[in-house]
Design a protein around this ligand. Sequence first.
Ligand SMILES: Nc1ncnc2c1ncn2[C@@H]1O[C@H](COP(=O)(O)OP(=O)(O)O)[C@@H](O)[C@H]1O
Ligand SMILES: [Mg+2]
Length: 290
Amino acid sequence: MPERREDNLSRTLRAPTIHRQALERLFSFAAQPALRRASRLNWELGIKEEVAVELIRLEDIHKTYHLGEVDVPVLKGITLDIARGELVALMGASGSGKTTLMNVLGCLDRPSSGGYWLDGQEVGSLSADERAMVRNHKIGFVFQSFNLLPRTSALEQVMMPLAYTAVQLSEQEWRKRSGALLQQVGLGDRLDHEPSQLSGGQQQRVAIARALVNNPPLVLADEPTGALDSRTSEEILRLFQQLNAEKGITVVLVTHDANVASHASRVIRIKDGLIEADGAGSVSALSSRR
Ligand SMILES: Nc1ncnc2c1ncn2[C@@H]1O[C@H](COP(=O)(O)OP(=O)(O)O)[C@@H](O)[C@H]1O
Ligand SMILES: [Mg+2]
């Protein structure tokens, strides 16, 4: 069916790094270059690889809040796939359901009905404890208000999640991993600074390093630049682009700013709890991934 093929092709073009990621997860670093070539060749020859393309699959997701006697339907049937390696902007007017959808994606809240598969696992019906486990290992969160702890150094902020997930590692190793991440986000010389000693943009960088410390395949950012001036916003968006391009991290970011969305390779518009439009973002974002 030509239509189906078109669909697969456009999806692959949107996510050129998918094969690499799937393979990198399976094989050692040393084997990568050859595998990457083989993978590319397969792709060019049109040989289908048996790798699940999508990181996220939502099927007919509904979310209804109950306020006393009143039902408040917020998500009214969201169906979508997000492939590994995509950088997606989620847009929509205030009240359209963006945060509600992000809470479902982040396993912070359960859908009222519908299916949610993350990394091949059905997560929509997990218990609270099981969802916490999924969050710890698979999802990094970045918020508009940074959500850093007061009077705590940047290094300790980033190390914090490891206390739940990496008990087998020594504190020395926690420090090493966290310091390296802060270095990557451009704060190698700010490890000992507390939030009150950092600018807004620097605080958001700490929050991003913290979101990455467990090597999650998915980062969810709800209005990550909402509290930043335009120049700092630009820097933070470039950092997301870089993490997406270099580490292959799948990023979903909520914004109501079209300029922010232009940094994404795909823009999903939501209106009244339904997807209104779903399409490619700017070309520059796509080509900068290579
Ligand atoms: N916990 C809740 N209980 C009841 N209604 C809620 C709750 N959270 C959000 N809503 C309602 O759901 C709608 C969508 O909210 P939200 O997802 O936060 O939108 P957005 O992030 O797009 O601004 C709003 O009308 C809001 O009032
Ligand atoms: Mg919101």
